[in-house]
Design a protein around this ligand. Structure first.
Ligand code: TRP
Length: 341
């Protein structure tokens, strides 16, 4: 009996380890918050899950970047993680480069089972080549293996990322499989973990909320006036019709209503659309207030955290220490199996 539950415990730890990672491309916006952080918040309190978060600053070096600001940007994202409620005691929160010796080492070992052709054919690689034709480096080609190392070093099996990251997860699974076959390791094959706010649309009517598209996003530190003025620019229509739009500005606004005011509010507006009509001025004002109500405590927490840089340092060190314990074991194991240890 005892044996049985122990086994279950061990299996659970391995099966339900979740790793979220974010590049330090500036502070989090609402899309990151809903898409990754909020789902993780729920998981961090669930005893069935081990939650790990990482700010992937080494990934930033795979495309042109500014070495003078990278450290501060990584720290900023770390503080944002804490501000939204991730708890460094309950989860392991790290800055990737604090484990650079182990993660880059593992990614090199992983590269021994992947062919150059496979990496070159990845759609995400091809896209970056188009974006930065003068920066087609080995680091860029290795990006997915660095990500696989982030995940596999903790034997995480669930990764909350957007659908655009699916090709990278496919690589992580392939690497895990090949390593297990070739060297007898026991890496899980990680899958994408969908969270409630996984797809957060742009405010502009098309595509996803993104930092790189001007006016498309709400930042975590936007005040109520800023949110109101951003929402004012979101495209709408006459407010009435036979069928509620399923894409474009109105559909996106209704998606935000659902995310911040609940499914019932969204239904209410859908009914209005096909009857007396939606007054977008009212909808946007209420929505702005609902969004701000959720952001206000996050902003207050951030102000409080920024007053205490020593605490932040301590929490960064705590995350590194916790994660290092797991990561060291994995790397040792892999080295042994590969005949290096
Ligand atoms: N490639 C991811 C992105 O662009 C970032 C990332 C790197 C990541 N390593 C990770 C995400 C590990 C989750 C887990 O969003």
């Amino acid at each position: 009996m005892i044996k049985c539950s122990l086994k279950k415990e061990i299996m659970n730890t391995i099966r339900n380890r979740v790793l979220a990672g974010m590049r330090p491309t500036g502070r989090l916006h609402l899309g990151n918050y809903l898409g990754a952080a909020k789902g993780m918040l729920a998981l961090q309190d669930d005893p069935d899950f081990d939650t790990l978060f990482t700010v992937v600053d080494i990934h930033a070096t795979t495309t042109p970047y500014d070495q003078k600001t990278l450290k501060a940007s990584a720290r900023d994202v770390f503080i944002d993680y804490l501000s939204v409620g991730l708890d460094p005691e309950k989860s392991a929160i790290t800055i990737q480069s604090d484990l650079s010796d182990l993660i880059t080492q593992l990614s090199f070992y992983l590269s021994s089972v992947m062919s150059v052709a496979r990496m070159q054919h990845l759609p995400t690689f091809k896209e970056k080549v188009k974006q930065h034709p003068d920066n087609v480096t080995m680091a860029l080609l290795n990006y997915p293996l660095l990500m696989a190392a982030d995940i596999l070093i903790y034997k995480a099996s669930k990764v909350p990322v957007g659908i655009d990251q699916e090709p990278h997860l496919e690589i992580a699974r392939e690497v895990a499989r090949k390593m297990n076959e070739r060297f007898g390791t026991d890496f899980p094959e990680p899958t994408r973990f969908a969270t409630v706010g996984e797809y957060v649309p742009s405010l502009l009517g098309g595509g996803k909320m993104s930092k790189s598209v001007e006016g498309s996003s709400i930042e975590l530190d936007d005040n109520l006036d800023t949110i109101i003025s951003k929402l004012k620019k979101a495209p709408t229509d006459s407010g009435r019709g036979n069928k509620v739009p399923v894409e474009g500005g109105v559909a996106n606004l209704l998606q935000f209503v659902k995310l911040f005011e609940g499914e019932d509010s969204r239904k209410h507006y859908e009914i209005l659309y096909t009857s007396s009509g939606i007054r977008y001025g009212d909808l946007k004002k209420q929505l702005a207030e609902a969004i701000f109500a959720e952001l206000k405590p996050i902003q207050e927490k951030r102000v409080e955290l920024e007053k205490n840089p020593e605490y932040i340092d301590k929490m960064i060190a705590l995350g590194a220490k916790k994660s290092r314990a797991i990561a060291e074991k994995t790397v040792e194991e892999v080295k042994k199996k590969m005949g290096l240890g």
